[in-house]
Design a protein around this ligand. Structure first.
Ligand code: CA
Length: 237
């Protein structure tokens, strides 16, 4: 099997070297660029499987690069992990809404970096269930059937409101990926539901409670949004 390829975009050379060293040791084929304007050029010439993108670059905003990658022809197939300074929650939220898959706050340990990059790569390679496919998570204990609008835990029906069901289904479509409040609102919008970013939290609390012990699968990502913990995911016809 070919080694997964990673493009590192990081202006601080010591950090870039550290990232490259650890990813190469973990089996990646790694290339580094130090300037934002070289990133898009490198991606066009040879699209990598994943981009590790520092958001603070001297010549270009990392968020703009993220947006441009997603807008490019090859961009939808490339996983993006942002590297951010701690406390940059607003940038993280924007980055995820622009299509980044995950983020790593600085300073990070090489072990965490490698684990996150591998996780994102693994998840983006998985086939995603469509909007109407039944989703099973948590070793199959939690089952979500969007066509029949039914949620089951251990075979028993859980009564959810339209909003709760919409939120759960949205998170369950990509387990392990953080979703911002605005993304959640957009996803349930059109289900005859009106939701504000403040009421997302209220509905999420109610949803967790109704899911009982499975409610712990819904993780709050502070300052960013929510994520459904990775579990066994199997989609059935
Ligand atoms: Ca930087």
């Amino acid at each position: 099997m070919a080694r997964p390829s990673v493009l590192i975009v990081e202006d601080e050379r010591e950090i870039a070297d550290l990232i490259q060293f650890n990813l190469v040791r973990a089996g990646f084929d790694a290339t580094t660029v130090h300037r934002g304007k070289d990133a898009l050029e490198a991606i066009r010439k040879s699209p990598p499987d994943i981009v590790v993108l520092d958001l603070m670059l001297p010549d270009q905003d990392g968020l703009e690069i993220c947006r441009r990658i997603r807008a490019s022809a090859e961009g939808s197939r490339i996983a993006i992990v942002m590297v951010t300074a701690r406390g940059d929650e607003a940038d993280i939220v924007t980055g995820i809404e622009l299509g980044a898959d995950d983020y790593i706050p600085k300073p990070f340990s090489p072990r965490v970096l490698v684990a996150r990059v591998k996780a994102v790569l693994r998840r983006s390679g998985e086939s995603r269930p469509g909007n109407t496919k039944r989703i099973q998570i948590g070793d199959g204990r939690l089952s979500i059937d969007p066509e029949r609008h039914v949620t089951l835990i251990d075979g028993k029906t859980v009564e959810l409101t339209l909003t709760e069901f919409g939120m759960l289904h949205f998170l369950a479509q990509r387990p392990g990926f953080v979703r911002t409040r605005d993304q959640i609102i957009a996803a349930v919008h059109g289900r005859n539901v009106v939701l504000s970013s403040r009421t997302v939290d209220v509905h999420m609390t109610a949803l967790r409670r109704k899911l009982g012990d499975m409610g712990a699968l819904i993780e709050t990502v502070r300052g960013v949004g929510y994520r459904l913990a990775e579990g066994e995911i199997a989609s059935a016809e």
